[in-house]
Design a protein around this ligand. Structure first.
Ligand code: ZN
Ligand code: ZN
Length: 360
């Protein structure tokens, strides 16, 4: 079955900002959420599509893959991976809608029970991180082993993540430590109760008197970590490598790291998939007679056979001398575009011979 385009599912343009993507998602989720359409299987299906589109487009590395390769670009992800980066609950909470991953059986009918089980494990998982890495054409040919350094936030042990000097905090005086405030509004016989987080303590219920000096009251510290990564040969722009457990710190487990590759443009080799193109200057007399010349290839010198009577702009194909295809033993082609050059500075003898040739 063909999958719908994620942008049309959300009804947005391809160049929409993250803010617009989020707005579009909320609007549609309000309309199709199962709490609003009980037992309506069409709405459920629609909601699942909306969720998936949002999960992909709201995550920079998945979005880039999708933008470049369409649905095919996401084949390396399990459904679980696709949804792992989105906290749907917090996005929808403001609307009083229920937990999407709750007990409503069948809502995620396309999912394995494992993915629902893992959902609860994601609580306490650190943030996923993205690391952009630029490589050159040589790295595409041979692959690349590299050590990178990432920075993530980890709990400050000095203050036990409280942000307070020695970890000593007081109850918030505005909400008495509850973290939330309740406003009551009477209208006739009805009483409206509205619960909202306490703005003074940000819902934490505690107040910091003296800030922790080590983390300056943030409760978190920047940690640098060196990680060895391997970029496979044949990588292309937007290729993302997932490194499990090397993301940000969480209370129960680390998030994942996504290394997103971009390939530097090369002045000599122009890439098209696994094929490379180069332009070669060829003496027009040699082009007329045919012959062979040495050219610079991706892996050293290549011998190019020049057919007799080659013309300016002709292409000569050298098989299996292009770029490797990722995850396969296939190698693309090196395609040479000929640029014929008329010889200059000929000596007397050479000119005489050419004139004789013209008169034959
Ligand atoms: Zn601290
Ligand atoms: Zn408070």
């Amino acid at each position: 079955m063909d999958k719908s385009d994620f942008y049309s599912v959300l009804g947005i343009a391809r160049d929409s900002s993250q803010d617009e993507i989020k707005k579009a998602y909320r609007k549609l989720a309000m309309k199709y959420h199962p709490d609003k359409n009980p037992d309506d299987s069409d709405s459920m299906k629609k909601m699942k599509d909306i969720n998936e589109a949002y999960a992909v487009l709201s995550d920079p590395s998945k979005k880039q893959l999708y933008d470049t390769y369409g649905h095919r670009g996401l084949e390396g992800y399990t459904q679980e991976d696709i949804f792992s980066t989105v906290d749907f609950d917090s996005i929808l909470k403001g609307f009083g809608l229920g937990d999407l991953f709750g007990s409503r059986e069948g809502f995620f009918s396309g999912f394995s029970s494992r993915s629902r089980g893992n959902r609860s494990k994601n609580v306490g998982q650190g943030a996923d991180l993205r690391y952009d890495l630029e490589i050159d054409i040589n790295d595409v040919v041979h692959g690349l082993d590299k050590q990178i350094e990432i920075t993530y936030k980890d709990s400050c042990l000095e203050c036990n993540s409280t942000g307070a000097e020695n970890g000593s905090v007081d109850s918030c005086t505005y909400c008495d430590g509850a973290g939330q405030v309740i406003a009551e509004q009477r209208s006739g016989f009805t009483v409206m109760r509205q619960v909202s987080p306490c703005l003074h303590c940000g819902g934490k219920g505690v107040q910091v008197k003296d800030r922790c000096k080590k983390c300056e009251g943030l409760g978190k510290l920047d940690v640098n970590k060196k990680i060895n990564i391997t970029i496979p040969a044949g990588s292309d722009d937007g290729h993302a490598i997932k490194i499990e457990g090397e993301g940000g710190a969480g209370s129960s487990r680390f998030g994942d790291l996504y290394v997103v590759v971009s390939v530097k443009e090369d002045v000599r080799f122009f890439r098209k998939g696994s094929d490379v193109y180069t332009e070669e200057n060829v003496d027009s007399i040699l082009a007329a007679t045919g012959g062979s010349i040495d050219i610079e290839g991706l892996r050293g010198t290549l011998l190019m056979n020049l057919p007799q009577g080659s013309q300016n702009g002709d292409k000569v194909i050298i098989e299996e001398s292009g770029l490797p295809e990722i995850g396969s033993s296939m190698v693309g082609r090196h395609i040479v575009i000929l640029k014929l050059i008329t010889p200059t500075g000929l000596n007397k003898k050479q000119l005489e011979l050419l004139e004789q040739f013209n008169n034959i």
